[in-house]
Design a protein around this ligand. Structure first.
Ligand code: PLP
Length: 375
């Protein structure tokens, strides 16, 4: 099996699974219980928060556990909107966000907020000049991703944050760093960032765990009400097995950050060289600033069909965002690519345990697919 769909989700790391097992079977108390088992669980919760906070580049008290990246983004965007519910005002986001942001923003537009979707340039980047043009005095929120899930472009978040705070000092800056965690060093404070979403299942933790950085001093209204866990921001008994696993995945990935990056970069370079040599009709899409995500088109080959040809040879890639399930990619469309390119796009995404064998298998299977299409 050659799993090259790590931007969709990753296998759980053995160390993370072990941490979850410990929290499920040994340290299974409720962190709110007053007895020793509760106290032990509360310690595990706070130790886990320290690990995740360190990966997020923030303080433990600025780190809130949620169920996923989507929830973190909803808390951020809906919370900021709620604070401005009377005067409404402008929300700025981009046309190439993940559905978690796009659909929340569309819903807020339906509720009367003035939402602007910035277009990227042809490389997939949002320029500070584009942001400057859209900024108005009543802008209260900018939401922008760090790394794109389909083409791997990294947005100039430091410049965007500086521009936002210069022109609209009271506006909040939310960053969707789901694809950036453990791939880009996260420095929310240097970026003028107030809110930042991440998700565990992209870095070797189980599905169902996310986190949200909320800058010290900022208080958002919660989406849910309950027992006051996570300082009232996200009530509900803490999912300690997932939280402990997420913390362990952060520890493992951050301990190997530099060597993992070098390895994944070498895989991306090898893939690009092999594609150029052996699939001459192929074209790469987007700048691919992080090596973990490589997007390429094989014009004439329909993505969904090719994907299943590859699957027949044990090679797993995707035709775009896992959430878009076969719809035409809005990200590739926003780059201005012709339909022949968007219809034939494949996303190959790596994790540190991939090897060149996986890429060789991809190339062989893709060559077979191209031959089938040419018949
Ligand atoms: N943002 C980006 C950039 C993503 O790639 C994803 C998941 O694919 C999400 C948000 C949503 O994260 P989750 O699956 O944890 O809800």
């Amino acid at each position: 099996m050659h799993y090259l769909d790590n931007a969709a989700t990753t296998a759980v790391l053995p160390e993370a699974a072990e941490a979850a097992m410990h929290a499920m079977c040994t340290c299974f108390g409720n962190p709110s219980s007053l007895h020793q088992m509760g106290i032990d669980a509360a310690h595990l919760l706070e130790d886990s928060r320290k690990s995740v906070a360190s990966a997020l580049g923030c303080l433990p008290e600025e780190t809130y556990f949620t169920s996923c990246g989507t929830e973190s983004t909803n808390i951020s965007l809906r919370g900021a909107a709620h604070l401005n519910r009377h005067q409404k005002g402008r929300i700025i986001t981009t046309a190439i966000e993940h559905a978690a942001t796009l659909n929340t923003c569309k819903q807020l537009a339906a509720e009367g907020y003035d939402v602007v979707f910035l277009q990227p340039d042809e490389t997939g980047h949002i320029t500070p000049a584009a942001l400057e043009q859209a900024l108005t005095g009543d802008t209260f929120l900018l939401s922008c991703q760090l790394a794109n899930n389909e083409i791997g472009t990294v947005q100039p978040v430091a410049e965007l944050g500086a521009m936002l705070k210069a022109k609209a000092p009271r506006a909040l800056f939310h960053i969707d760093a789901v694809q950036g965690l453990a791939r880009v060093r996260l420095t929310p404070k240097k970026w003028n960032c107030d809110l930042m979403s991440v998700s565990g299942h992209k870095i070797g933790a189980p599905k169902g765990i996310g986190a949200l950085f909320v800058k010290k001093g900022l208080r958002l209204p919660p989406l849910m009400f309950g027992g006051g866990q996570e300082r009232g921001m996200r009530p509900g008994t803490e999912a300690l097995p997932n939280i402990a696993a997420f913390a362990k995945a952060c520890d493992v990935r951050m301990a190997h950050f530099d060597e993992d990056f070098v390895h994944v970069q070498s895989l991306a370079d090898y893939l690009r060289a092999q594609v150029a040599a052996q699939l001459p009709d192929a074209a790469f899409n987007g700048a691919g600033d992080i090596p973990h995500v490589v997007n390429l088109s094989l014009p004439g080959c329909k993505s969904e069909v090719l994907l299943h040809v590859l699957e027949g040879d044990g090679v797993y890639v995707s035709s775009g965002s896992a959430c878009s399930k076969g719809k035409q990619s809005g990200v590739l469309k926003a780059l201005g690519l012709p339909k022949a390119r968007t219809d034939s796009a494949l996303r190959v995404s790596f994790c540190p345990s991939n090897t060149t064998d996986d890429i060789d298998a991809f190339i062989t299977a893709a060559q077979k697919g191209v031959t089938l299409f040419k018949r």
